[in-house]
Design a protein around this ligand. Sequence first.
Ligand SMILES: Cc1ncc(COP(=O)(O)O)c(C=O)c1O
Ligand SMILES: Nc1ccccc1C(=O)C[C@H](N)C(=O)O
Length: 409
Amino acid sequence: MTDTARLAAELDAADPLAAHTGAFVRDPGVVSYLDGNSLGRPLASLEERFARFVGHDWGSRLIRGWDEGWMRLPYELGDRIGALVGAAPGQTVVGDSTTVLLYKLIRAAVDAPRSAARTEIVIDDDNFPTDRFIVEGVAAERGLTIRWIEVDRTAGATLEQVEAAVGERTALVVLSHVAYRSGFLADVAGVTRAVHDAGALVLWDLCHSAGVIPTELDAHGVDLAVGCTYKYLNGGPGSPAFAYVRRELQGQLQQPIQGWMGAADVFAMAPRYRPAPDLARFLSGTPPVLATVALEAMVELVEQVGVAAVREKSIALTGFAEQALAAHVLPHGAVLASPPAGPRRGSHLTVAHPSFREVNARLWERGVIPDFRAPDGIRIGLSPLSTTFAEVELGVAALGEELARATRG
Ligand SMILES: Cc1ncc(COP(=O)(O)O)c(C=O)c1O
Ligand SMILES: Nc1ccccc1C(=O)C[C@H](N)C(=O)O
């Protein structure tokens, strides 16, 4: 047994959340799943939940379901997700994809009367592609300029960089709480303050932090946020995203996809669109009820455990993964492309080597599943409620073996 294998066994034995790893579907063909930051594992309890949904909620209640809870679902589930990210009720809503919600909120922010004299959107050049592409599209639609913050790809936009980028021309700043590539954890409090000092609005993308890293949207005065639910909230492939709009802003912002579900009185069948006065105006179409069955189950579990405890294990897992990488992988020439342990590191690590595209394919054949991000990064995602330390050890040791094989030629 190697030192890190022994350590993994000790850490699993002492892990207060260890029992929860057994609550997820664990296929024997999957030796090590290290990609919960892309798609979380399903809870084993879902078979029963889906059966109940089909047999009862949908099959028996049929259209009556809308009156019996489905219409309220975007708000009620939104409030529960909001509580996980420090938002009081009435500010978080579930629906659409992250991409569509980004479009709706970015357009709403730059079109707001308060942004009238402001002509720039600030975003970093290594933000997730969909965030950058939506900003490009809105800038083109509205004749705005983009100010790109050039970031170090092993980190992310720092407070100093944001301070230097914002000013009287800035309408909106769009940043990720955790950078999808490096795992850099942004300073939400400091950056939000700097953006507000410049009189601008800020939008945080919480895709890689919701459910795993605590934040305090209300306390930090965040304006807007979006996040997906299929990563650390295990909502399943394509589960809907959520949007947060600070209460005081809701009446001032109008989003561009004016559907009936965002109207002041949905069933009035009114001749003209009039937006709801509150959060409801950020909805467009029918709530994705079926697509929230798995998400609700995971939100229940995260509520029960608490995000702080989830984060504690996330820190332990990333710390252990770093040790395992140092033992098995770095000696073969790969380098760590993530921030060091501490307050600026999220719940995944990236390690880089030119051979990693092929190495990743070999690992998948072995049932070891991290992911590859071009040009040369393998990401090790640590999803605390479903991941054991032993699984991390097995996966990282396999990565070391495949890298050694690839570099021997
Ligand atoms: C930071 C970030 N934003 C957005 C997305 C995706 O948006 P969508 O769910 O619309 O595909 C992802 C991952 O897919 C992401 O990591
Ligand atoms: N939604 C997906 C669909 C297909 C493949 C990957 C994704 C991801 O979520 C990738 C992730 N956002 C990333 O940080 O790369």
